[in-house]
Design a binder for this molecule. Structure first.
Ligand SMILES: Nc1nc2c(c(=O)[nH]1)N(C=O)[C@@H](CNc1ccc(C(=O)N[C@@H](CCC(=O)O)C(=O)O)cc1)CN2
Ligand SMILES: Nc1ncnc2c1ncn2[C@@H]1O[C@H](COP(=O)(O)OP(=O)(O)OP(=O)(O)O)[C@@H](O)[C@H]1O
Length: 208
């Protein structure tokens, strides 16, 4: 009896998370390219003013797809400032894990199995995630507590659970990706900061 109701709860939480993902993914896909560009510029300016970003050099970010907030202006601005940038690469053997590989204007890119561009794997250019200073993350939905719902692969949750407090995790998103009181799971890792075109939120969660 108990097990049945527990199972129902687990299933309905996952179903709700799927519904939220579907709803918010379609919301962000409806933004026009002008709106996308404006949002990307606003978030870029806010992120460049962040003290941790000003101070540190090793920054991971992502290449946008599916209506995600574009990182194009950010990448160009950070390169101009001489920052060392990294992109996620799907781990070739460890299912559900990411590697972070250096990204320069000359890095060859290939489409991964989700059709997202990623650097062609070159082991000499991988940086252990723990040595990143800043991890700028994509997300599908976020809430007022720094909770993040991603695409459903658990990639970034696994990354965050394996790294220490020294890495600052920053989610970037459109304002329309905010969803009040996201249903969270035990493995979800809250973010240190979320930046949208209209504002910045910051929290002090402790990861050990
Ligand atoms: N730009 C970007 N890069 C990223 C992520 C991301 O969210 N955004 N990731 C963040 O983790 C990782 C990739 N994770 C992903 C997980 C699921 C799907 C996806 O499209 N799922 C489909 C099912 C596809 C299939 O199984 O073939 C779906 O949900 O419709 C895409 C990316 C690494 N790189
Ligand atoms: N630290 C972890 N160790 C093992 N499994 C994990 C861990 N974090 C998440 N998972 C598993 O990954 C799966 C997907 O998790 P979840 O739905 O939270 O992904 P997400 O945050 O939406 O995706 P992503 O982080 O890739 O954008 C779940 O089945 C979960 O059990």
């Amino acid at each position: 009896m108990f097990e049945d109701s527990h199972m129902d709860e687990t299933q309905s939480s996952e179903q709700l998370r799927q519904l939220i993902r579907r709803d918010i993914r379609s919301r962000r896909q409806t933004l026009s390219s002008r709106e996308q560009q404006h949002a990307a510029q606003c978030v870029c300016q806010r992120l460049l003013m962040h003290p941790q970003v000003k101070q540190h050099r090793h920054i991971a970010l992502y290449l946008s797809f599916d209506g995600e907030l574009s990182t194009k202006p950010l990448i160009e601005a950070l390169w101009r400032q001489g920052k060392q940038l990294y992109l996620p690469v799907l781990h070739p053997f460890c299912h559900g894990h990411l590697l972070f590989q250096q990204y320069s204007a000359h890095t060859p890119l290939v489409a991964n199995r989700f059709n997202i561009l990623e650097p062609k794997l070159n082991c000499s250019q991988i940086l252990p995630a723990n040595q990143l200073d800043i991890l700028v993350m994509p997300l599908v939905a976020f809430d007022q507590y720094g909770n993040r719902l991603g695409m459903g692969g658990g990639f970034y949750d696994r990354t965050l659970s394996s790294i220490s407090n020294n890495v600052t995790s920053i989610g970037i998103a459109h304002d329309s990706q905010r969803y009040p009181n996201l249903p969270i799971e035990t493995w979800d890792q809250p973010l240190d900061c979320i930046i949208t075109p209209s504002r910045l939120w910051e929290w002090t969660h402790k990861r050990v």
